[in-house]
Design a protein around this ligand. Sequence first.
Ligand SMILES: C[S@@+](CC[C@H](N)C(=O)[O-])C[C@H]1O[C@@H](n2cnc3c(N)ncnc32)[C@H](O)[C@@H]1O
Length: 194
Amino acid sequence: MYRAGRRLGIELLGLQAGDQVLDIGCGTGLNFALLQKEIGPSGTIVGVDRSADMLKLARRRADRNGWTNVILIEADAVALAPTEVSQRIAEQGGREHSDASFATYALSLMPDWGIAWENMLALTTGTAVLGVVDMQEPTGPFSVMAPLARLACWLGGSDIHAHPWTAVERDCGAVAAASARGAHLQIRVGRLTA
Ligand SMILES: C[S@@+](CC[C@H](N)C(=O)[O-])C[C@H]1O[C@@H](n2cnc3c(N)ncnc32)[C@H](O)[C@@H]1O
């Protein structure tokens, strides 16, 4: 159901081999395999999540796959201090500022997602690519599925009305948009301009 959003989002990021990509609210690392295909072993994934249990599973996934280029940071995306997180990334061999910042199905869980977005910006270079994949109510012929989508989001703790991809539209240039599953999944990717 949700893999389509990850796949479309990561395609649109247009990552290059060697890039460092931040995965905010990375959970168990479901984006990692697709990201690895783009950045290769010379790139770096920085997964940030507030849940130590999720990060344990993400580390297990990285170890199982032999990905030695994964840095995991336990931090609240809303409350974190970007300079401190940048320092922790550098201490683990990464660069202080990432080439890309990506959040899938995570920002809508954060009541103050606007602050998390600002932190995503602060942790990237001035010309980074930013991507958000999240959920809204399905539309058109798929609107019959809206009650189910609302229930799924409610059970998962997401605000289906948060629409955090609007920040990409507001703050980035060359914004690419895609959707899937009857517009339930919304994908936006854009680039910061220096
Ligand atoms: C629905 S999961 C999505 C995980 C992953 N991005 C994916 O696509 O499978 C949401 C994740 O966001 C994390 N999360 C929620 N609020 C957070 C916050 N304020 N700071 C950091 N992580 C947060 C949760 O711990 C969880 O791992």
